[in-house]
Design a protein around this ligand. Structure first.
Ligand code: BGC
Length: 867
């Protein structure tokens, strides 16, 4: 939930969408200061896909019977802190539709009890394990359902990690669109298999926390992204999430191409609903709405948490204002019908009409009783927490994800795994507990003890925590602990001693300042916190064998110590959640071999990144964040600039070794044409009579007991609103009521289904050639030929598979499928995906990291083992 500056009124005057059509030249250009977002109206209706037909049919039956008040109720939040959840809609109880509870977070149920604190998204990305991604999604969905949450606010696939210092990169899955896409899609499938609705967030360009949001005093930044970069990088995981059937999508706070995301008609109407065929509903981020009619026309379906420019004052852009706008004709009735039909259809699609629990927890208190409407002037008190335990056996999944994410960067002299009787000296507060107590800092807004997650709305309370200290003490017969970040005086090591040094780096959401960092790592930079570098160096000065364990939100700089002779091993344990200790000792003491891989690049110095991905400070006027680097973020940039990083994307060692052999490339569906087959036509959508509702439908019900500040759909004098239609709403330039021709790149959820035709399949045999059990990851990168006439990254991850646990000598044949879309570029002129005909000139690489290719295949020629 957003924490906002004192007066948060939004700049409602900002034009919705930009105001002239782009020329092909403009679309093709990159780095132009003239970024703008073209208008796209009207909002495409939902319900034209057969998969959703029965849910839309049920929704149509119910919505046909709704009054205007009931329709408005379901689209509008009831206000900040007006219920148990981060946000809730009104209801249509007469027709069996309850108020919907929307609540965080992507890693566990926020601010409650008896939940599981799962590893964060970045940790999940590091597993490169689709099954674990799915399993964690199921567990999250079960916990959401168990607590009565209708819409769980995750997963997050934006930020992508474009800015290494960006505060919320850790909530998502890594600095690559394919990794984000699999992370997001598998999580969604898992979550929604339980009936919970997932909310894929944040569309799009929220890569920096500072200045993300518009208020009365500031304007949020504009992420200026050219069309090709938008499609090939930032929309990619959203397309896959929509293809996975996600029920809702959350818009970002910031502007994209100078149009605020919550009312950016190009993004919502044009891309999400038309091109990507999204059938669910689109909501705002919290308090991100800046206009009423404008956002409805631009395709927004739900306002959250419902407040107007200044929260908690009882004002709204929708609620009764939406009733008024429909009655006076500013918002077409069929737009409102589509909004509510999308919401109700999604509710049916997930089966929430059948015994879905009601909220039984409170997001604001752990007490049994409390204010029913904490944001109200005067609120009734009642039972708000029923203490429902939703943990099941999810600790097993949480531990498996945390363990299989642990990434071994270096292991000289095979110092790892440790033996149970090794003489260990453990250093660093990151090995221990928060001295102030478990969950002592709201929203995890401090960095004390082992870092299990970042801070902000993307967190949850830890039901318990197994610290590394506890887990090591439980296993080792010979460990001494120095839970301090200052190297203790008088400690030195004998030749047999091994120092294990814990360091970390934290970041979070721009709602709390932690050690001077406003969400983004503005002050800490990419250095470890609490003088972690000094701690490692001091240990290296005293011990001949040092193992470094890093808990981190993203890349950190290691140059001060990584090459020191005593630093033998480095493990990145990412953000492990409640099972921090057990997952680590599983690896440290060799019960399992590490099998995680870096979901981002670790650089040698920050200046190795493109200039354009640095944090942008406040400036006069709106911050223009130009995505000048285009497609070249993270490893794509390092390859292009020919910079050798400290550790490449995808890197991760094991206690064993793997051999890749017998590669085979087979053609599955030949790429006979440059563009995919024509899209299927749109099916029909529900229709309703176009008559304006009777004003009496939004009159206050008789003897109604109002909660002051609660946001209702009712008007004092509804007849006036209806009569007063002489004043015309100033529709944005480009506003149209005639539907646009269906975009050729669309056709189903995610886009034209032909894009997912498997073009090639690569098989490779992976053999464990070492002496211990272990799991390997095969990462498939594509290299597109210059004949496409476009500058394209020399390697792009497009697929990955992980073996089961292979014992010494054991093999497994992995199959990696590559789709037409995987081999395409976005043609900005034709507005479609284009691939080299017959795949001519395409190279496909399979390796253990982006810098360690084991197999190379050229389409039409075959494959070779590289080493
Ligand atoms: C965050 C969202 C979150 C919402 C509700 C916002 O501040 O950006 O990710 O879901 O609050 O808590």
């Amino acid at each position: 939930m957003a924490v906002f500056p004192l007066c948060l009124a939004l700049l409602s005057q900002i034009v919705p969408g930009a105001l002239s059509s782009p020329s092909a030249e403009t679309l093709a250009s990159r780095g132009s200061p003239e970024f703008f977002s073209p208008p796209y109206y009207p909002a495409p209706k939902g319900g034209w896909l057969s998969d959703w037909a029965s849910a839309y049919k049920k929704a149509h039956d119910v919505v046909s019977k709704m009054t205007l008040a009931e329709k408005v109720n379901l689209t509008s939040g009831t206000g900040e802190l007006m219920g148990r959840c981060a946000g809730q809609t009104g209801s249509a109880l007469r027709l069996g539709i309850p108020s919907l509870c929307l609540h965080d977070s992507p890693l566990g149920i926020h601010n409650t009890d008896q939940n599981t604190a799962f590893p964060a998204g970045i940790t999940v990305g590091a597993t490169f394990d689709k099954d674990l991604m799915y399993e964690r999604g199921v567990a999250l969905g079960e916990e959401a359902r168990g607590k009565g949450i209708n819409v769980l606010l995750g997963p997050s696939v934006n930020p992508m990690g474009r800015k290494p210092r960006g505060g919320r990169n850790w909530e998502s899955f890594g600095a690559d669109p394919t990794l984000q896409a699999f992370g997001g899609a598998m999580t969604i499938k898992g979550m929604q298999s339980t009936g919970a609705i997932a909310s894929l967030k944040h569309v799009v360009g929220n890569e920096q926390e500072m200045h993300r949001m518009s208020t009365v005093i500031t304007q949020g930044y504009s992420s200026n992204i050219d069309d090709r970069t938008l499609h090939e990088l930032y929309l990619w995981p959203f397309a896959e999430g929509i293809r996975a059937g996600v029920g809702s999508v959350m818009m970002a706070y910031n502007d994209v191409n100078r149009s605020t995301c919550s009312q950016n008609s190009k993004l919502i109407n044009g891309i999400l609903k038309d091109e990507l065929g999204f059938q669910g509903f689109v909501m705002t981020d919290w308090l991100a709405q800046i206009g009423g009619v404008s956002s409805a026309l631009a395709g927004l379906d739900m306002s959250m948490p419902g407040d107007g420019p200044i929260p908690l004052l009882g004002t709204a852009y929708w609620s009764w204002e939406l009733s008024r706008a429909v009655l006076n004709g500013s918002v077409p009735v069929d737009r409102l019908n589509d909004m509510v039909t999308r919401i109700v259809a999604t509710w049916y699609k997930m089966g929430q009409d059948k015994d879905y629990p009601r909220p039984n927890f409170s997001g604001t208190t752990l007490e049994k009783t409390g204010l029913l409407y904490p944001g109200a002037l005067i609120s009734p008190i009642g039972i708000v927490n029923e203490f429902v335990n939703v943990q099941g056996n999810h600790n097993i999944t949480a531990r498996a994800v945390a363990r299989d994410a642990i990434t071994l960067l270096k292991n000289e002299e095979n110092i790892l795994p440790l033996k149970r009787n090794d003489s260990l000296k453990i250093f660093g507060t990151d090995a221990g507990a928060n001295p102030a107590g478990l969950n002592a800092c709201p929203d995890n807004g401090c960095n004390q003890g082992v870092l299990t997650m970042g801070w902000g709305s993307g967190t949850c309370r830890l039901p318990y925590l197994v610290t590394p200290q506890e887990a090591i003490a439980n296993i080792s017969s010979n460990a001494e602990f120095y839970i301090t970040d200052l190297f203790p005086i008088g400690v030195s090591g004998g030749p047999e001693d091994i120092a294990v040094v814990f360091i970390n780096s934290d970041s979070g959401e721009h709602m709390l300042l932690v050690d001077g960092n406003p969400g983004d790592r503005a002050l800490a930079g990419l250095y470890s916190w609490h003088n972690g570098d000094d701690l490692v160096k001091s240990a290296a000065a005293m011990f001949s064998k040092v193992v470094v364990v890093v808990h981190t939100v993203g890349p950190i700089l290691m140059e001060e110590w990584i090459d020191l002779e005593p630093v033998k091993a480095v493990l990145v344990a990412h953000l492990p959640g409640q099972e921090a200790g057990w997952s680590l000792t599983d690896i440290l003491f060799g019960d399992y071999s590490p099998s995680g891989h870096l979901p981002y690049t670790i650089p040698r110095r920050e200046s190795d990144y493109p200039e354009s991905v640095h944090l942008i400070p406040l400036s006069l006027g709106q911050i223009q964040d130009n995505y000048d680097e285009g497609l070249y973020i993270d490893y794509r940039h390092f390859l292009k600039a020919n910079i050798t990083p400290r550790y490449p994307f995808g890197h991760g060692l094991s206690y064993t070794t793997f051999n890749f052999s017998e590669p085979r490339l087979s053609v599955v569906k030949p790429l006979d044409t440059a563009y995919p087959a024509a899209r299927p036509p749109k099916g029909s959508t529900p229709t309703y009579p176009d008559t304006k509702p009777a004003p009496s439908e939004v009159a206050w019900p008789k003897n109604f007991n109002r909660i002051w500040r609660y946001l209702y759909p009712y008007l004092d004098n509804p007849a006036d609103a209806s009569a007063n239609s002489t004043e015309k709403y100033p529709y944005p330039d480009g506003y149209a009521t005639e539907p646009k021709p269906a975009p050729r790149a669309g056709g189903a959820e995610g886009g034209n289904p032909a894009l997912w035709d498997v073009a090639f399949s690569v098989q490779v045999k992976v053999t464990n050639t070492g002496s211990r059990d272990g799991r390997a990851v095969a990462q498939l990168y594509v290299e597109l030929p210059a004949s496409l006439g476009l500058d394209t990254p020399s390697r792009q991850l497009r697929q990955f598979e992980k073996t089961k646990i292979l014992s010494a000598g054991q093999s497994e044949v992995l199959t990696l499928d590559v789709t037409r879309k995987d081999l395409s570029v976005w043609d900005v002129v034709v507005q479609d995906w284009k691939t080299p005909v017959h795949g001519e000139g395409i190279k496909i690489w399979v390796g253990e990291s982006v810098a360690d290719m084991r197999v190379g295949c050229t389409v039409g020629e075959g494959c070779a083992v590289l080493h």
